[in-house]
Ligand binder design. Structure first.
Ligand SMILES: [Zn+2]
Length: 102
């Protein structure tokens, strides 16, 4: 008995790979630090928190990570682009990723 599901994700074109990294990394780091400073001031803890999580998202995108959603429990997870499968952190179930061309 298998309980393995397959999800389909569109491949992103990355012609501007290194240019994107060059731009995204400083932006992500700056955003993260700004968020951190806002969190420290307590008053800005909410926007600071969003800035930090947003920056992590940008950072992951820059590293060619893709956000996928577990079909079993709907937990969101980052996987490396082109990964063949992933294992959910929450329900421990494996999922096969099928990369589709846009
Ligand atoms: Zn799951």
């Amino acid at each position: 008995m298998t309980d393995i599901q397959t999800i389909q994700i569109e491949i992103k074109k990355s012609k501007t790979g290194w240019i994107r990294k060059l731009f995204f990394f400083p932006a992500a780091i700056f955003g993260f630090l700004m968020g951190l400073v806002l969190c420290v001031t307590i008053i800005g803890i909410i926007p600071g928190f969003f800035m930090m999580t947003g920056s992590v998202g940008i950072f992951m995108t820059g590293l060619n990570y893709r956000q996928v959603t577990c079909p079993h429990c709907n937990k969101k997870k980052y996987v490396v682009s082109q990964a063949e499968d992933f294992k959910c952190d929450r329900c421990r179930k494996p999922t096969i990723i099928e990369w589709t061309k846009p």
